[in-house]
Design a protein around this ligand. Structure first.
Ligand SMILES: *Cc1c(COP(=O)(O)O)cnc(C)c1O
Length: 430
């Protein structure tokens, strides 16, 4: 067992003044139990907690740290920017530079706007889609997470109309009714919903590869199907690539699957670990955004110089070295997947390692999950035990069955070997 005395002490204290002791619920370890580790520092593929434990990290700040923690290029860029001032509330050349970098990789974003988080990007994209189409309804997929904006904290209601119901207190039922929910990878379900509401859906929004239900891949042709049916109904297609952008490929799922949505949302990696988000689309759609158009959206700290400097350093490094970095990430992912599969097979375990590039989830179920209902068949009690067996062996994985793990460019062969060894021992200990 790892020492957790200090984490435990501070968690007790923090809980007195911060809800659950955390500023984002998934950090609280609620679904796996135990003490959340209070982190002191991180470097490369490792994080250290205040009790002096060191872990191989597969959370990587939930995705942004694709180059590893405290990468030199990013650290130096932020230090340099800070010397010139942390925020001005006026335009800077750096914002233009970051916008140009994003646009060069994402041709679907002819114009784009920076905000401060993924949630904000999605919330703004929905308002834009509604403003552009003059329609109010949104179609989302069960299992996709798009941040905590009201319109998307909605679950499928009962009945043929599938009008949504709030899945958080405080979300107005009248607003939730405007959000429809379909099953991921289920074309018939999407067709059925469009039949009920042929010309009132402003946008279909999805994670083109789901990371937030654990990793779930789109079936072949599913994204193309969504592109076609949205076009037919005058509905905008929004790819929420906050997690997958610059992760699966530089141009994310858009590039990987060759499907071009109307609006893209980004976040996480494009801020290099600092808070940022971004949404963009064609000139025709983006002309609606204030001050050019009537869809209002603003932010005091939007385009913040430190976040933008980190983002530029991150994207420049990724783009310049993309022929080296992305094949290497695939190689690392493949190695982990194959090594784990060999152990699973030898032991006859009911475990499915689902992976795309450098994102993966170890599902405690024997079949590949293709939708939220399938993923929910996982043995979460067994996952929780597994999680702690890994943690005790110095491997920090996402603290929930329904989250993705992230491999960074800094995870070297030694890290991966240690992870495989821990995996084998953890299964033996279950
Ligand atoms: C993380 C995430 C968000 C929310 O971003 P925040 O920066 O946490 O607000 C939205 N969509 C997807 C797909 C995400 O993974």
């Amino acid at each position: 067992m790892k020492k957790t005395k200090l984490s435990e002490r501070y968690h007790q204290k923090a809980k007195q003044i911060i809800p659950g002791g955390v500023n984002s619920p998934a950090r609280a370890f609620l679904s796996v139990g135990g003490v959340p580790r209070y982190i002191k520092s991180a470097k490369g593929p490792f994080i250290k907690d205040i009790d002096g434990n060191k872990y191989i990290d597969y959370v990587m700040s939930w995705g942004p740290m694709i180059l590893g923690h405290t990468h030199k290029n990013i650290r130096l860029a932020v230090q340099k920017a800070l010397k010139s001032g942390a925020s001005f509330g006026a335009p800077t050349v750096a914002e233009y530079e970051l916008a140009r970098l994003v646009k060069s990789i994402y041709p679907a974003m002819q114009k784009l706007r920076f905000v401060n988080s993924g949630t904000e990007a999605v919330m703004s994209a929905l308002r834009l889609a509604r403003g552009h189409t003059g329609r109010d309804m949104i179609l989302k997929f069960d299992g996709c997470y798009h941040g905590h904006c009201d319109s998307l904290l909605v679950a499928a209601g009962s009945g043929a109309q599938t009008l949504g119901v709030p899945n958080s207190k405080g979300v107005p039922a009248d607003l939730a009714r405007l959000t429809l929910t379909a099953r991921f990878n289920d074309e018939k379900d999407v067709e059925r919903i469009f039949k009920c509401h042929p010309d009132s859906i402003a946008a279909v929004i999805l994670e083109p590869v789901i990371g937030n239900m654990g990793l779930i891949k789109p079936r072949e042709g599913f994204l193309e199907f969504l592109r076609a049916i949205t076009r037919k109904h005058g509905t905008l297609l929004i790819f929420d690539e906050v997690m997958t952008g610059f992760r699966l490929a530089p141009g994310g799922a858009c590039e990987l699957y060759g499907v071009s949505p109307d609006i893209v949302t980004l976040g996480k990696i494009i801020g290099g670990g600092l808070p940022i988000g971004c949404y963009g689309g064609s000139l025709d759609i983006m002309k609606n955004v204030a001050p050019e158009g009537g869809v209002y959206q603003a932010g005091t700290l939007s385009g913040n110089p430190l976040a933008v400097a980190a983002g530029i350093a991150m994207l420049r490094t990724l783009i310049k070295n993309k022929d080296k970095i992305y094949p290497a990430l695939e190689e690392k992912g493949k190695f982990l997947e194959e090594s784990m599969n060999a152990i699973i097979k030898r032991r006859g375990e009911k475990i499915f390692v689902n992976r795309k590039g450098s994102m993966f989830t170890i599902f405690f179920t024997s079949e590949e999950p293709v939708c939220a209902d399938c993923a929910k068949k996982s043995d979460t009690a067994k996952f929780s035990k597994f999680f702690h067996e890994m943690l005790n062996r110095g491997v920090y994985m996402a603290p929930s069955q329904f989250e993705a793990n992230f491999i960074s460019y800094a995870h070297d062969r030694q890290c991966l070997d240690k992870t495989v060894k821990a995996f084998s021992e953890a299964l033996e200990a279950l």
